[in-house]
Every structure is written in C-alpha cells, then in structure tokens.
Design a protein around this ligand. Structure first.
Ligand code: GLA
Length: 440
C-alpha cells in the first residue's frame, strides 16, 4: 500500500498523471478534419472552408438539432487554423479566416459573464449551471496542434520549447480539448513532448481533455508504445491510420483493432480511450447498411463518437443513426469496458460483445458478405453466455423486444450485406433455474 502511494506520488511529482477527471465516458462531438480537411479557400468556398463561420454554423446545429442534448458536446477544430506566432511567440489563428480569434469562438459558445443579460441568463440551459465547464450553448471547444516542427499540413507546430506557452495560450482562450498530432518530429521528441504537454495542460489549472496521436506514429503496439504511460497522460489516443471516406477504410481500421484486441481491449476505461478515428456517417463513402455498421462497431469498441459531416445538410436517415438513444447509452456505458469480437466463421459472419452495467451487454451480429441477407442461426449459450439464464433482447435499430430468451434457445438473425443486427441484452432477474433442474 505504502509502496503504491509512493509510486503514485512519484508520478504526480513528475507531472505524469493526468488529473483532469475528464472523459469518464468516451467523448462525443464534431471534428472538422474528415469532411472539411484543409480547405482554406474561403473566397471560392466560403461555406465550407476552415473558418470561424464553419465552426459557428456547426455550433448552432449541435445546439439546435438535438445533438448536444444527446451528448455530442465537443466542437473540435483540426488542422489549418494557425496563422503563425506573434512577436511574443504565441500562436495566432489565420487572421482572414478567424478574424475574431479563437477566444471569440469559445465566447460564441460562452459569452463572458458581463455581457450576459439577465434574460439570457434565465434562458440558459439548466445543465450549464450544473456543469461549469460547459459553455452557454452547452458546447465545449477543441483545438488541434502538432508535437513537431509543423502540423501535418505544414502550419507552425509545437516544439519542445513552446509546449508550456502553447498550453497557456489554449487555456487562456478557454479551450476544452487538445488534439496533439505527431507529424514532423522524431520518436525522441514525441517521447519528451507528449508527457510535457500533459503536465503543462495540468499546470494551467483548466481541465483540458488531451487527445494524443502519439501511438499512431509509433506503430500503435507495445513494446514501442507504452500504453501504461499513455493512460496516465492522455484521455484518448489515436492508435492507427487515418480514416478515409470509404467502407474499405472502415474495414481496415476494424481489422487492425480486432487483430490486436488482446492488447488494445484492456487499455480502454473511464478517462482513457482507444480512438479508431472519426465517424463517416453523413458523407459520401458509406451505404445505409455500412453507416449503421460503423456506428454499431465503434460503439462496441467504446470509441469516441466524433462526427465529421456537414450538420447543415445531413439527412434525417443519417441523423437517426447518429442520434439513436440506446446506441448512445451503450457507447456511454459508465463501466467503460471495450467490447471484443467473440465469434467469426467461414461464412463471413462475426459477433461482437460488450459488457455493460447491471449485467447487461450489447451484441453486434456483423456480416461481411456482399451477396444477400444472411440467416445466422445461433443461441446465447453457443456465444458463451452462461447456461440456464433468461434475457430480454432489444433490437437497437427496430426497437423490437424479444422477451424471455433462454441461453439455450436457438434463434435466427437476418443480417444484411455489410450490415449489422444489434441487441441490448438484459438478464431477467429471478428467472434462473438451477443447472440440475435444467438438465431434468
Ligand atoms: C493527421 C491526423 C488527422 C488530421 C490530419 C491533419 O493525418 O491523423 O486526423 O488531424 O493530420 O493534417
């Protein structure tokens, strides 16, 4: 015990422990990169270029179209916002595209107290009062930098000597999350820089969630990646390649996460998450079935749910996928246990399971087939659920409930090509019979 305390104190003393208490469940929100990339051509494309207008319009949509109230609270800037450094070395945004600065954007969702009239105050959402971290639109602002000489798109990066200054700048702007990329640096610089930035964020006194791309730059696996250290300094981390707007890209990421699930699955938990990258739903590359599949599979992986789509034009069908309350409840389960693939067969059917609070669990039946809906016959016992138990199973997409399903009952799910069937399973209390009775 004493030894443990001393060890913990030593970590704290070195500034290695992220004490921000944030992200007890995976973060949810919107991130600019996958959909809007580094479009800096505001003259030609004012609606879609990386600019304060884009972020303000997305903030409005998040607040007004039900997203925020479901938990999608982070509005995150990605690459291509930086204009340079001022004469004191402080980062400044591009003055044409962010003429009012990043603090203004934070203020757009957090008007300074002095400017709030009593009317506005009285209209403030109750949960803003309950959560002092939240801004008045109820959103939180995230920003992007790179631990290296330049960001991946060539904008000024954070070097070892500017870590503290940049952390203070972000805190001064009232930023709530930092995604720290890893382009244009050596392994040694990253090994120093990420822990240093974590400590510098802590030292600002402002709780700032820390998203680290570090592992993705070191191949994502031990021994090159020290996940014990990462869980102490980062709230989430990108382990693998960037997602692109295609089903192939989703599958390649899923394959990598499943291949290494014995290593990756135990790492996730409240305050520290694996990040398989953004959701593509609402963009151009995924069909309806594939969109549902990405949502379901990312939920099973306890992944951050960062949308990256145009919320001004998203279709009701895609909104339904992203706003499914039971799906979100599963993603946000307080135990924070990442799911695993528990079954695969030669017919290209896979089953994923995620344990949830109150002995509930989620199951995803996933088909990689490309021919026609597949009738998959199984039972919970065949999927290694305990024998002689009874469950209620709710279909996440149709809402349909199967009551009184015994572990041994055979059932059939019909899974569309590239699609999923997803269940929320609740044990029915006091219905168990003893093994002996069952065998009679
Ligand atoms: C890297 C990251 C992406 C994105 C781009 C921006 O590729 O992995 O998520 O931030 O940089 O340039």
């Amino acid at each position: 015990m004493l030894q443990q305390t001393v060890f913990l104190l030593a970590l704290v003393a070195q500034g290695l422990t992220l004490e921000n208490g944030l992200l007890r469940t995976p973060p949810m929100g919107w991130l600019a990169w996958e959909r809007f990339r580094c479009n800096i051509h505001c003259d030609e494309d004012p609606k879609n270029c990386i600019s304060e207008r884009l972020f303000m319009e997305m903030a409005d949509r998040l607040a007004q179209d039900g997203w925020r109230d479901l938990g999608y609270v982070y509005l995150n800037i990605d690459d291509c916002w930086i204009g340079g450094r001022d004469d004191k070395g402080r980062l400044v945004p591009d003055s044409k595209r962010f003429p009012r600065g990043i603090a203004f954007l934070a203020d757009y969702v957090t008007p300074p107290l002095g400017l709030r009239g009593s009317l506005i105050l009285s209209l403030e959402p109750l949960w803003y009062i309950l959560d002092p971290q939240a801004h008045s639109l109820g959103l939180k602002l995230g920003i992007y930098e790179d631990m290296g000489n330049m960001t991946c798109m060539g904008f000024p990066g954070t070097t070892l000597d500017t870590v503290e200054l940049d952390a203070q700048t972000f805190a001064g702007w009232k930023v709530d999350m930092l995604k720290m990329d890893g382009c244009f640096s050596t392994s040694e610089e990253r090994a120093q820089g990420y822990p240093k930035m974590s400590a510098a964020l802590n030292a600002t006194g402002r709780p700032i969630a820390f998203s680290c791309s570090w592992p993705a730059y070191e191949g994502g696996l031990p021994p090159k990646v020290n996940y014990t250290l990462l869980a102490n300094i980062c709230n989430l981390w990108r382990n693998y390649d960037d997602i692109q707007d295609s089903w192939n890209s989703v599958l390649s990421i899923l394959d990598w996460f499943v291949k290494h699930q014995d290593i990756l699955q135990p790492l996730a938990g409240p305050g520290h998450w694996n990040d398989p990258d953004m959701l593509l739903i609402g963009n151009f590359g995924l069909s309806f079935e594939e969109s549902r599949s990405q949502m379901a599979l990312w939920t099973m992986l306890a992944a951050p749910l960062f949308m990256s789509t145009d919320l001004r034009t998203i279709t009701p069908q895609n909104m339904d996928i992203l706003q499914n309350p039971l799906m979100i409840k599963i993603n946000q389960d307080p135990l924070g246990i990442q799911g695993r693939r528990i079954y695969e067969d030669e017919y290209q059917i896979e089953v994923y399971k995620r344990p949830l609070t109150n002995e509930a669990s989620a199951l995803v039946f996933f088909s990689r087939r490309t021919d026609m809906p597949y009738h998959f016959h199984t039972s919970l016992a065949k999927l290694n659920f305990p024998r002689a138990k009874v469950y209620d199973a709710q279909n996440i997409f149709s809402g349909e409930i199967i009551s009184g399903l015994w572990s041994e009952n055979n059932f059939t799910v019909v899974i569309n090509p590239s699609g999923v069937v997803m269940w929320y399973l609740n044990p029915v209390k006091n219905m168990d019979i003893s093994e002996t009775m069952y065998q009679l």
